[in-house]
Design a protein around this ligand. Structure first.
Ligand SMILES: [Mn+2]
Length: 241
C-alpha cells in the first residue's frame, strides 16, 4: 500500500513564533483531508495580512526552484503585494527567458519583511549562506514536494506525491481563486488518490473565476517547473528535485 501523506494541523495554546498553529506530517486519513483544506485557508489568510513578501528557494537552483519563485511572485504581485525574489546564486542561462528572471536579488532586502515563502527547498539551510538572517521573520510558509522536507515553516504545505513544487502552486492558485470567490472547489481533497487533481466546476462562470489567477506569465513559469521535474513528462510521477 502506498504511504500517502498529508498535513494535520494541531492547534496549540503556545504561540509558535507568532502563529498559533503547528503542522505536522502524518499518514493520510479522512480527517487529514479536511485539515489540508484548512491549511490552505490559513496560508491565504497570512498572505492577505502581509504586505512585503520575500520568496526564496535553494541555492544552485534549477527549473522547478526558479520557476516556482517566479510563479509565486507574479501571483502575489497580482494581489498587490510587494514582492522580493531571492536566490543566493545566479540564474542559470537556460532559465533567463522566464518573466522576472532579472528581478532576483542575491542579497536579502534591508527593509522589514512581513512574510517569507520558501519554495522547493527541503531544509531551511539550503537557502544558502546567511540563511540564519531570515530565521527572525515571524511568518514563514514552506511549500515543497521533497519527502525529506524538515517542515521548517510556521505553515508547511508539503506534498510528497506532487511531481514538482510548480504543480502544488498551480492548485494553490486555483484554490485561492475559489476561496476569494467563495466557490466550493478544493483540489487538495482528491489527494487520497495520490494525485493532485479535481475536475473544475461545470458552471462556466465558476470555472473562469477559478482559472482567473493563471495568466500567461504564471502559466509559463508553472509549465517550466513541471517540465523540469518530470524530465519533460518522461520520468515517473515522483522525481525528487
Ligand atoms: Mn522540485
Amino acid at each position: 500500500m502506498r504511504n500517502l501523506c498529508g498535513l494535520k494541523i494541531k492547534y496549540n495554546n503556545k504561540k509558535s513564533r507568532g502563529i498559533n498553529l503547528i503542522h505536522e506530517i502524518k499518514e493520510y486519513s479522512n480527517v487529514d483531508i479536511i485539515d489540508l483544506k484548512n491549511s490552505t485557508n490559513d496560508i491565504f489568510h497570512i498572505i492577505e495580512t502581509s504586505k512585503k513578501i520575500l520568496i526564496a528557494t535553494h541555492e544552485n537552483p534549477e527549473g522547478d526552484a526558479i520557476s516556482s519563485v517566479i510563479a509565486a511572485a507574479l501571483f502575489l504581485r497580482s494581489l498587490d503585494k510587494e514582492v522580493f525574489l531571492y536566490n543566493k546564486d545566479s540564474i542559470p542561462n537556460n532559465l533567463r527567458f522566464l518573466p522576472w528572471a532579472e528581478k532576483f536579488l542575491n542579497e536579502f532586502p534591508r527593509e522589514p519583511i512581513d512574510l517569507l515563502i520558501v519554495v522547493d527547498c527541503g531544509e531551511f539551510s539550503r537557502i544558502g549562506a546567511k540563511f540564519e538572517q531570515l530565521s527572525g521573520i515571524n511568518r514563514i510558509i514552506n511549500i515543497d514536494h521533497h519527502f525529506t522536507n524538515t517542515r521548517f515553516g510556521h505553515l508547511n504545505l508539503v506534498i510528497p506525491d506532487a511531481s514538482s513544487t510548480g504543480e502544488i502552486l498551480f492548485y494553490l492558485f486555483l484554490s485561492y481563486a475559489a476561496y476569494e470567490n467563495k466557490i466550493p472547489y478544493s483540489p487538495y481533497d482528491s489527494f487520497l488518490n495520490g494525485r493532485l487533481n479535481e475536475p473544475l466546476p461545470c458552471d462556466l462562470d465558476e470555472r473562469n473565476k477559478i482559472l482567473s489567477k493563471i495568466n500567461g506569465e504564471i502559466a509559463l513559469a508553472l509549465y517550466t517547473s513541471i517540465l523540469t521535474d518530470t524530465g519533460s513528462f518522461n520520468l515517473p510521477f515522483r522525481k525528487l528535485s
